[in-house]
Design a protein around this ligand. Structure first.
Ligand code: PNS
Length: 164
């Protein structure tokens, strides 16, 4: 049994669905590195520093978690360098699967020592995605059930800044 997993994503922002997946991963692995992937092609609402700050705040009472950034480069290579046995991905719906299947097989091709582990969040988060949270928050909707209070605060601040 190997004990380290990585949990990669964009996390723009980190939702309670992400947190649920992370907590499930911690029941299987001793240590999980949350890896925020920088993607120059994807315009994000929150900067890398802000996303690091939010995930560190949300997970500060957890043991066995650390947050790191993948500044470009391949996740499979990052996993190899970190000595990770697994890549954790959350799947909510069948439509997630095609993309996840493709990524997991490519990652296995690039690094045969790493296995992708798919975890399903609690059913109450099946329709929660960062993109929809951003949209609802932008339009003034209540997303407090779906994000940690610190993320809610950061969302409000961000949109206040943008609406000036
Ligand atoms: O939260 P997301 O946006 O669905 O996460 C996608 C992510 C970050 C896991 C994926 O884009 C990724 O692994 N990026 C790192 C670059 C890489 O290795 N790409 C090839 C994946 S097969």
């Amino acid at each position: 049994m190997k004990h380290l997993a990585i949990y990669p994503g964009t996390f723009d922002p980190f939702t309670n669905g992400h947190l649920d997946v992370l907590e499930r991963a911690l029941t299987i692995f001793d240590q999980v590195i949350v890896v925020i992937a920088e993607n120059s092609k994807k315009k994000t609402l929150f900067s890398i520093e802000e996303r690091c700050e939010m995930i560190e705040t949300v997970t500060k009472s957890f043991k066995g978690i650390r947050v790191e950034v993948l500044h470009g480069g391949l996740l499979a290579e990052y996993a190899h360098a970190a000595g990770a046995a697994a890549i954790i991905r959350g799947v909510r719906q069948v439509k997630d699967f095609e993309y996840e299947f493709q990524m997991s097989l490519l990652n296995r091709h690039l690094n045969p020592d790493v296995t992708t582990v798919f975890l399903m969040p609690n059913v109450k988060y099946t329709y929660v995605a960062s993109s929809i949270i951003r949209e609802v928050a932008l339009l003034g909707g209540d997303v407090s059930k779906f994000v940690h209070p610190c993320v809610l605060k950061m969302l409000r601040k961000k949109y206040e800044e943008q609406n000036v």
